[in-house]
Design a protein around this ligand. Structure first.
Ligand SMILES: Nc1ncnc2c1ncn2[C@@H]1O[C@H](COP(=O)(O)OP(=O)(O)OP(=O)(O)O)[C@@H](O)[C@H]1O
Length: 278
């Protein structure tokens, strides 16, 4: 579990990126953190893992204060940064060196995930391509079986088949006692994977809601004409008319379109906040 109370963070004290952010993330969910370039997604993840420290406020992850970086904390969490680093070691060499830090590391799963992601043993890891290195780290991270898994732009550098395999793998390893937190601006890669959406913009939390809740409060549909513009949070011309996001006044069933949701929330943050209040 991750609990953030009144978090303020800035790379410079006088220029805060986050101001008084409050957020509670529970195990049993796959969260998608969405935000534009520079919105502060990576910064937030680095605060969770203790690579950056809050300017003020508190963060507790699995009951620990991340900035203390106690071994008992670090064995409960795995962070895959956007740019992964692999040393000049073989797959087995890497596993033998780093797996002992994670008590729940599972060898059999590790090799199976490597196989599923099509990562072949070709000598030293640093001679693999960027995408292969990333898939190697994903396989290792999943085999660690940590309670919290933080992934920063995990699909960057992955080809299309690998993105599909990644999604399948995440869905298959997920259990109710885990919290998976995926930050990305490649929204389509999270389709059908996440069950909670968090949107940040300008250091502000604009949305923290389950996909079910979003489908209850908003309606995603195609209309031939834009009849009541004031009820529309977002519209986009499409082949059959307009794809729109509206308030779900008539309790219609619709599938959440993450890309349109993101545009609706970031373009109309005040209206969106009012819709998702309580
Ligand atoms: N080490 C740093 N020193 C100073 N400013 C930084 C540093 N790292 C990031 N920033 C700034 O903080 C802001 C948030 O950056 P961050 O990398 O968290 O955004 P992001 O949402 O992950 O972006 P992207 O989607 O492009 O990866 C940006 O304005 C960035 O320039």
């Amino acid at each position: 579990m991750i609990e953030i109370q009144n978090l303020s963070f800035g790379y410079k004290k006088r220029n805060l990126l986050y101001k008084n952010l409050n957020l509670k993330l529970e195990v049993g969910s796959i969260y998608g953190l969405l935000g534009k370039n520079g919105a502060g997604k990576s910064t937030l993840l680095k605060n969770f893992i203790g690579l950056l420290f809050p300017t003020s406020g508190n963060i507790a992850v699995n009951g620990f204060i991340p900035k203390k970086r106690w071994p008992a904390f670090l064995e409960t969490i795995y962070f895959i940064p956007e740019e992964v680093y692999v040393p000049a070691l073989t797959i087995d060499g890497y596993k033998n060196l780093f797996a002992p830090f994670y008590p729940k590391f599972n060898d059999e799963q590790f090799y199976s995930y490597l196989d599923q992601l099509d990562v072949k043993d070709k000598g030293k890891l640093n001679s693999l391509s960027f995408g292969q290195q990333k898939k190697f780290i994903i396989a290792f991270a999943l085999a660690c079986n940590t309670r919290v898994l933080l992934l920063d732009e995990p699909t960057n550098g992955l080809d299309i088949p690998s993105k599909i395999k990644f999604r399948k793998l995440i869905a298959s390893v997920f259990t109710d006692d885990k919290l998976i937190f995926i930050s990305t601006h490649q929204i389509r890669d999270l389709d059908n994977l996440i069950d909670r959406v968090i949107i940040v913009d300008n250091g502000e939390l604009l949305l923290n809601a389950s996909v079910g809740d979003i489908a209850e409060r908003l309606c995603f549909k195609t209309v031939s004409e834009l009849e009541r513009p004031d009820e529309i949070l977002y519209s986009e011309e499409s082949l059959k008319g307009f794809s729109v996001v509206t308030k779900n006044i008539n309790a219609e069933d619709s599938k959440v379109n993450l890309e349109h949701l993101f545009n609706a929330i970031t373009e109309k943050p005040v209206i969106a906040k009012a819709i998702f209040k309580n």
